[in-house]
Design a protein around this ligand. Structure first.
Ligand SMILES: NC(=O)c1ccc[n+]([C@@H]2O[C@H](COP(=O)([O-])OP(=O)(O)OC[C@H]3O[C@@H](n4cnc5c(N)ncnc54)[C@H](OP(=O)(O)O)[C@@H]3O)[C@@H](O)[C@H]2O)c1
Length: 303
């Protein structure tokens, strides 16, 4: 197939490029102008620069493709507008173009879309899905991964590195339960869903690494460092909120997009982020291959 991929320069998108190309697809990565990460594009992929809301350019591009994998997403920000372009407005443009051309759209959404009240991020992930629902004649489906980790991720990998050295730094309730997914399993799932014609009927699918009911933090710590931890620092919610407020202030002074915000604290404080594999397994037979211990080993192998 000829596939257009957005968000191809990011953590998940880079992995998707590799898996899609090795599955024999022709991949065009649609990147924003002046993306600081355009070096992440594989030589075997072509690229087109443009805005996620340029309907004319996107209509031309999508008229020649079978499928768009929409993996662009804003995961950092201080206000709704920081998340809106990539998580909502871009979907409207791509959806509108594909409804005319007859192509399909696979959205990498998030488990967070289930709880839009928690944060601007969660809200825009939900709104992005809602936009797709509202476009007539569009053939689309959604994958809602939980927390995804892997060698080039900048969120969980630093925590695993610290745990590996004997220091566990955790947030959220003590008995919090989390589903997790290694990025290679996500990329494999995307490749399988992409070639399942019956997927594109507005289906929303969650997926995890095979651990039903998710992990307790102590299980994550054990998988990272079976010989035991030296220090365990649990950050209470009130401290985290304090850090988030300071971070918001610094972000407004120095002009960066904050990851830790009060909204992110609400997400991190949830009692559980747990999902199931029923729908995706039934659709295409996908099964996870990378368990937590293997996944963490792969993640830490990179120097
Ligand atoms: N990582 C996770 O644990 C996780 C879990 C569940 C769902 N997801 C979803 O998966 C998707 C990818 O996440 P990720 O972890 O790979 O994030 P990431 O590394 O930050 O990558 C985000 C990608 O989106 C692009 N992008 C962001 N804003 C854009 C804009 N305004 N215009 C054009 N492109 C834009 C980025 O381009 P540049 O390189 O130019 O910045 C990058 O390619 C997101 O939608 C996220 O919500 C992630």
């Amino acid at each position: 197939m000829h596939i257009v991929l957005t968000g191809g320069t990011g953590f998940i998108g880079s992995q998707l490029q590799q898996f899609l190309v090795s599955s024999g697809h022709t991949v065009t990565v649609y990147i924003r102008e002046n993306s600081a990460k355009n070096f992440n594009i594989l030589k075997s992929c072509s690229s087109v620069e443009g805005s996620l809301t340029d309907l004319e350019k996107i209509s031309t591009l999508t008229s020649q493709c079978d499928l768009v994998i929409y993996c662009a997403g804003s995961v950092r920000g201080a206000r709704l507008k920081d998340f809106f372009q990539a998580n909502v407005a871009g979907l409207k443009t791509f959806g509108t173009a594909l409804a005319t051309s007859g192509g399909r759209l696979l959205l990498i959404s998030s488990l967070a879309a289930e709880r839009p009240h928690l944060s601007d991020y969660a809200n825009t992930k939900y709104l992005g899905e809602t936009v797709l629902e509202s476009i007539e004649d569009l053939r689309w489906c959604v994958l809602r991964p939980p927390a995804v980790y892997g060698a080039s991720d900048t969120e969980l990998r630093p925590l695993f590195k610290l745990m590996n050295k004997g220091i566990a730094l955790t947030v959220g309730p003590k008995d919090q339960r989390l589903s997790l997914l290694h990025v290679e399993d996500l990329a494999r799932a995307v490749c399988m869903v992409a070639i399942s014609p019956s997927a594109f009927n507005g289906r929303k699918m969650t997926l995890h690494d095979g651990k039903e009911g998710g992990y307790l933090w102590c299980e994550i710590v054990r998988a990272t460092r079976p010989i035991g931890i030296i220090v365990w620092i649990r950050l209470p919610q009130v401290v985290l909120i304090g850090f988030a407020k300071i971070n918001m202030l610094l972000a407004s002074i120095f002009g960066y997009l904050p990851m830790l915000s009060p909204g992110k604290v609400s997400e991190l404080s949830e009692k559980a982020w747990v999902c199931d594999n029923a729908s995706i397994s039934e659709l295409c037979g996908w099964r996870p291959r990378v368990d937590l211990q293997q996944g963490i080993r792969k993640t830490l192998e990179k120097s």
